[in-house]
Every structure is written in structure tokens, then in C-alpha cells.
Design a protein around this ligand. Structure first.
Ligand SMILES: Cc1cc2nc3c(=O)[nH]c(=O)nc-3n(C[C@H](O)[C@H](O)[C@H](O)COP(=O)(O)OP(=O)(O)OC[C@H]3O[C@@H](n4cnc5c(N)ncnc54)[C@H](O)[C@@H]3O)c2cc1C
Ligand SMILES: *[C@@H]1O[C@H](CO)[C@@H](O)[C@H](O)[C@H]1NC(C)=O
Ligand SMILES: *[C@@H]1O[C@H](CO)[C@@H](O)[C@H](O)[C@H]1NC(C)=O
Ligand SMILES: *[C@@H]1O[C@H](CO)[C@@H](O)[C@H](O)[C@H]1NC(C)=O
Length: 513
């Protein structure tokens, strides 16, 4: 009897051979099936394939089997059935901003269902309820809401897609008061792996509704979300205070930010501490209310940061009242990015384990000593998620598949190539990993989570399972995956999987023998 290892090797060789020819066969079957569809289909042989398969994050290139552009849920269904019958993994693309290019599959050979033609927005009850097709970008959603004097919490980048944004959170400065975008969701229209189009709400398919709010792409393609909107606030104060200093003054300011966050920050206050390539740091965000109220609350923190910063370099101060639309535009950045070339990580701290000054100093010391060694364009953004009265953390832990209901700060660490174009400099990974290691050097390490919207394709499986979902949510998702997508039609590298992958593939091959 041969030793187990060579037996396993034989299976591996055999199965990769079978799977290899299966995927070539799959592409041909897929192309034949797609040729019957009455809408735009882009195949590798098409002249517009390169453009259609280009990632927002140019660090990554993947070669999908096809990119299709349906115009309705039933057309999405037809595409999914083609993918399912040819054994080609199916992924949705809304705004295409996935940091891991998971909307191109995150691997070669996927069927990309581009939703840009599903861009309807309809209102009910004078705008209190909105049905948004998932191909809309945040800018389209904001414009439509503006027309009826309503608003929703969401991020700042206008070209991010509604489909992917609400799938993994959807955080903005209004979220401490209004929740995440997914917390405003009361229903969704989902196309399933068997082609059925179903509604999911608290009453209808509630387990599916639970799963898509935190892990949508593993369960289906959402073609429309329904949200409960809020009245547009009459006045918002946008603010920015920029400081220069050194590792120790930056650490003092970030520590004061954290103290203020846990003790004094009311829910209408959105806050971010950021540090960028030129080693200046900033208090940035918005307050839903007048400037006077804002200053009464916030200036003590500014004064605290001024105590240690370099006064000679001239602190930049800005706080201005504006309407909601002007506020959104002011956040968008000019001009809005259309592409980038980056690697990023997310670490979220727990509310009951705030960072020690020592850990924060280790982090800023790393930045101030390492930054000049790299030709990268980078930032660290530290968002306040929790704190006194945060609406995000008011949601009971298991109400949705979104894990983070007990977080205080979210660290988003990102390094791009200087000109935002490829090639990506090799030292970018080490620079970002060094930031994460500095944060992890403290005793708070064990309690860190990771925000799934800032998806990190280089996390090990056991780490992303724990950091995006945690065991309780992941186990539930695993059972629901078996129910709603039993044959794994919706597949990508960090999908919810029903079982240990290698084992399953091995068995299937043995059965076929
Ligand atoms: C410049 C920039 C700024 C950002 N700012 C913020 C911010 O302020 N706050 C914040 O919370 N996040 C922010 N993000 C992160 C952003 O929310 C996520 O990257 C989000 O997933 C992007 O959604 P998308 O539709 O554009 O991406 P896509 O790449 O199209 O999709 C992302 C993932 O969701 C899946 N998916 C997309 N549509 C559907 C659907 N209809 N049904 C099922 N699955 C779907 C895709 O397959 C993919 O896995 C930012 C990202 C960038 C690049
Ligand atoms: C889903 O709900 C909408 C109303 O919100 C309804 O028009 C549609 O028919 C429903 N679809 C299914 C499959 O039940
Ligand atoms: C930072 O700057 C302050 C004030 O200029 C100075 O007292 C301190 O020694 C500096 N710390 C470091 C680590 O350079
Ligand atoms: C911190 O956590 C990471 C990931 O869980 C682990 O690999 C690392 O060893 C930990 N570091 C310390 C200093 O505990």
C-alpha cells in the first residue's frame, strides 16, 4: 500500500487535471449559453474585454470568463443559470470598488454580472421608503434622495456602488446617529443560485435577509434594496483641523481623540483621525447641527491636540455650516478617483479594550520612522464607530450577519503607488503589514476585528473568518450557504464555504472515478 502522502498527491494531480479541463469546457459551455441572452455579453475575444474586466484597484488583474450587462432581475437570473449549468463561479459587480477585485471574481475564470444597467430608484410614502436598484452609485442615490428632501447614512466616495456598499456595512460620518446603510435596509430583491427571484425581509425569507446584511455575495445577487430614509438635515457642519508634529504629539492627539470618543462625543458627531504621507495629522468629520453647537463640543479636543503639536507650522482650522448636498459634495474629493493601485488593511478595536497610549505610540513611532523609506502615497484613517450612544452598536449582536456591534475605532491603513498606477511597489505590503504589527504589539491584539468593506485578500482564512464574522455568525452563515446556494454557484476567495474545500473536491473526484 503506498504511503498516504503519495496517494493524496495522485488525487491532487488527477483532480487538478480534471478541474483544468472542466474549466476550459466550462468556458465553452458558458459562451454557448450566454450567446442566447438578449443583452450585452463581453467575452475574452471581444474588443471591449480589457476595459470591461479592469479592476478599480489596478494592483490586481483577473481574467473573467465573461462580463454580462443585464437590465432586469430576470435577465440576471438567466446569466446565473448559464454560470450554474457550466460550473463557472458567478459574482456580482455594482460599483466595482472592491479592494480585492472580488467583483471580477478575485480569481480567473468567473462570470461577472455587471449591474450598472439596474439603476432605477423609486420612492414610496413621500420618500420615506426608497427602492434602489443595486447598480446605482452613491452619487446617484444621494441625488435621488435630494429630490425628495431625504437622506441616508453612507460613505463619502461618490462612485462606490450601492450593491457592494450595503452588502458589508456602509459607514459614513452620520452612522453614529443613523446606523450603517445596511441597518436602514428593510428588504431586498435577490436572485438565487437556482435562478429564482425572491424578496427577503424580516417576514419573508428572514434567514436570507439576515445573511445578506453582512455577507450578500455568498448568497445571491441583490438586484434591489429597500431602505427607510431620514429627513435631510437642515444644517451640517463640516470640519477639518490639521496639525504638524512628531510621533509623540501625533500619539497624544490620537489618544485624546480616543478619550473624547468614549466620554464626550454625541451621536451627531462623526469623527476621523487621519495621518498622511507628509506626516501631518488631522481631525476630520462632520456634525449634524449648527457650527456653534459643534464648537462647544469639539474645541476642547482641538485644544488638547494643539498642546503638543508644532505651533510654528500653523494649524489649519476649518469648520463651516452647509446644506446636506453641499456637505456630501465637500466630502467627495475633487476630482473623484476613477482608479487606484493599492494594498490596504483594516483593524477595528473593541469598545471594552481601548488602545493604551503605549500601543498608540508604537504605531505613530513606526509611521514617523518608516515613512521616509518608502515612495508610496499612503494614509491611515481612524474612524469612530462606537462611543456614547452610537447607533451602530445599538443594534443587537445577532440581528444581522454584520459582526461589528461592539467596536470603538476602525483603522483603515492604505498605501498606493505614487501615481496610483501599476506596478505596485513590493515594499507597500511590508509597510502596511508593519502598521498592523505595531498596533498588534499591544495587549489589545486579541480583540481586533476587520471591516469587510475594506476587504483584505491576503488575510489567512482562519483570520478573516474570525475578524469579519466571528465563529457564531460564520457557523450560521455556513448553514445558510448550504440551504441557499448548496452547489456553490456564488464563489470567490473569501466566500462562505459549506465545508472544508479540499476534502470536498477530493471526494467528488473519487466519486467520479
Ligand atoms: C475610494 C473608496 C472610498 C470608500 N469609502 C468608504 C466609506 O466611506 N465607508 C465605507 O463603509 N466603505 C467605503 N469604501 C469601501 C466600499 O464600501 C466597498 O469597497 C464596497 O464593497 C464597494 O462596493 P461596490 O459595489 O463599489 O463594489 P463591487 O466591487 O462591485 O462589490 C464589492 C463586493 O460586493 C459584491 N457585490 C456587489 N454588488 C452586489 C450585489 N448586488 N449583490 C451581491 N453581491 C454584490 C461583489 O461581488 C464584491 O464581492 C470605500 C472604497 C473606496 C474604493
Ligand atoms: C417583491 O416585492 C415587490 C413589492 O415590494 C413585489 O412587487 C414583487 O412582486 C415581489 N416579488 C416576489 C417574487 O414576491
Ligand atoms: C516631539 O516634539 C516635542 C516638542 O517639540 C519634543 O519635546 C519631543 O521631545 C519630541 N519627541 C520626539 C519623540 O521627537
Ligand atoms: C497578534 O495577532 C496576530 C493575528 O491573530 C498574531 O499572528 C500575532 O502573533 C499576535 N501578536 C502578538 C504580539 O500577540
Amino acid at each position: 500500500m503506498p504511503p498516504l502522502s503519495s496517494l493524496a498527491l495522485a488525487f491532487l494531480i488527477y483532480s487538478s487535471h480534471v478541474l483544468g479541463s472542466q474549466s476550459a469546457l466550462g468556458s465553452a459551455t458558458l459562451a454557448a449559453c450566454l450567446s442566447h441572452l438578449p443583452y450585452r455579453v463581453v467575452l475574452p475575444s471581444s474588443p471591449d474585454y480589457d476595459l470591461a474586466s479592469r479592476a478599480y484597484n489596478r494592483r490586481l488583474t483577473f481574467h473573467p470568463a465573461a462580463v454580462v450587462y443585464p437590465t432586469s432581475a430576470s435577465e440576471v437570473s438567466a446569466a446565473i443559470l448559464c454560470g450554474a449549468s457550466s460550473g463557472v463561479p458567478v459574482v456580482a459587480r455594482s460599483g466595482g470598488h472592491s479592494a480585492a477585485a472580488y467583483s471580477l471574481g478575485g480569481q480567473d475564470g468567473s462570470l461577472v454580472v455587471d449591474l450598472s444597467r439596474l439603476n432605477g430608484v423609486t420612492f414610496e410614502k413621500k420618500g420615506e421608503i426608497v427602492h434602489v436598484q443595486t447598480g446605482n452609485r452613491l452619487v446617484d442615490l444621494a441625488r435621488a434622495l435630494k429630490g425628495v428632501g431625504r437622506a441616508l447614512p453612507h460613505g463619502t466616495c461618490p462612485s462606490v456602488g450601492v450593491g457592494g456598499h450595503a452588502a458589508f456595512g456602509g459607514f459614513g460620518f452620520a452612522s453614529r446617529e443613523w446606523g450603517l446603510l445596511l441597518d436602514r435596509m428593510i428588504g431586498a430583491e435577490i436572485v438565487l443560485s437556482d435562478g429564482r427571484v425572491v424578496n427577503a425581509t424580516l417576514d419573508e425569507n428572514p434567514d436570507l435577509f439576515w445573511a445578506i446584511r453582512g455577507s450578500a455575495p455568498s448568497f445571491g445577487i441583490a438586484t434591489s434594496y429597500t431602505f427607510v430614509t431620514l429627513p435631510e438635515p437642515p444644517v451640517t457642519t463640516a470640519y477639518s483641523y490639521v496639525f504638524a508634529g512628531n510621533a509623540s504629539s501625533a500619539a497624544q492627539c490620537l489618544f485624546a481623540f480616543q478619550e473624547f470618543a468614549t466620554s464626550s462625543a454625541p451621536p451627531p458627531l462623526g469623527m476621523q483621525f487621519s495621518l498622511i504621507s507628509d506626516l501631518t495629522y488631522e481631525l476630520f468629520g462632520s456634525y449634524t447641527g449648527p457650527r456653534k453647537d459643534f464648537e462647544n463640543i469639539f474645541l476642547p479636543l482641538v485644544r488638547e491636540c494643539e498642546k503638543t503639536s508644532d505651533q510654528d507650522s500653523g494649524t489649519h482650522e476649518f469648520a463651516q455650516e452647509m446644506g446636506w448636498e453641499a456637505y456630501l459634495v465637500s466630502q467627495a474629493g475633487t476630482p473623484p478617483r476613477i482608479a487606484d493601485c493599492f494594498y490596504a488593511k483594516s483593524l477595528m478595536t473593541a469598545e471594552n479594550t481601548p488602545l493604551s497610549l503605549r500601543t498608540i505610540e508604537a504605531f505613530t513611532t513606526y509611521l514617523y520612522t518608516e515613512a521616509h523609506k518608502h515612495r508610496l502615497s499612503w494614509f491611515v484613517e481612524v474612524d469612530l464607530y462606537g462611543g456614547v450612544g452610537s447607533a451602530i452598536n445599538a443594534v443587537p449582536k445577532l440581528d444581522t450577519a454584520f459582526k461589528h456591534r461592539d467596536r470603538l475605532l476602525g483603522f483603515h491603513m492604505k498605501a498606493s503607488s505614487r501615481d496610483q498606477r501599476p506596478p505596485y511597489p513590493e515594499d507597500g505590503y511590508a509597510f502596511i503589514n508593519g502598521m498592523a504589527d505595531a498596533l498588534r504589539s499591544g495587549s489589545e491584539n486579541a480583540t481586533f476585528g476587520s471591516y469587510g468593506s475594506y476587504v483584505d485578500p491576503l488575510l489567512r482564512e482562519e483570520d478573516w473568518r474570525r475578524m469579519y464574522y466571528g465563529e457564531e455568525i460564520y457557523e450560521r452563515l455556513r448553514m445558510l450557504k448550504a440551504k441557499w446556494d448548496p452547489s456553490g454557484v456564488f464563489a470567490y476567495p473569501q466566500m462562505i464555504s459549506t465545508a472544508v474545500k479540499e476534502e470536498q473536491e477530493g471526494r467528488r473526484t473519487v466519486d467520479e472515478l
